[in-house]
Design a protein around this ligand. Structure first.
Ligand SMILES: [Zn+2]
Ligand SMILES: [Zn+2]
Length: 141
């Protein structure tokens, strides 16, 4: 009789265990079904988050456009270095701070309208394409 009772208990326990296993399996199945959906949701979120990250690099690529636009560059007064413009008020020879060479008489130069610093026209043009400021005093053009 005792062994019969044990068998019944064992069968009952076995049934419970099977139930647990089945519920675990079904739970896992549910999780596996949810898995890819959650993954794709997470991936779409990641791509939504990572998408803006491409924009700053685009901005960085066009960072050269922070220089003076071509039409503004053309409006800058070009001067021919003469005996009077090759020296400053103190009579010192004017030096182009882009190439660090003196401004020679007859050379083409530009005087920046704000600070009145003078540079070789090709030197300052090359500089202003990338920076909208005076290379000497950093004053905005
Ligand atoms: Zn120069
Ligand atoms: Zn200046």
């Amino acid at each position: 009789m005792e062994s019969g009772l044990l068998l019944t208990v064992f069968v009952l326990l076995y049934d419970v265990q099977v139930d647990i296993v089945l519920s675990l399996l079904s739970g896992r199945l549910v999780r596996e079904k949810v898995g890819p959906a959650v993954q794709s949701a997470v991936q779409s979120q990641i791509s939504a988050i990572s998408a803006p990250f491409t924009e700053p690099s685009d901005l960085f690529e066009t960072g050269g456009a922070r220089g003076l636009p071509a039409h503004a560059l053309r409006r800058l007064p070009a001067i021919k270095v003469g005996a009077d413009t090759a020296v400053d008020e103190a009579g010192e020879a004017l030096c182009c701070s882009v190439c660090l060479q003196d401004l020679e008489v007859g050379e083409s130069a530009r005087r920046l309208p704000g600070c009145r610093h003078v540079f070789h026209a090709p030197c300052i043009d090359r500089w202003l394409v990338r920076h909208a400021s005076c290379p000497l005093c950093r004053r905005d053009i």
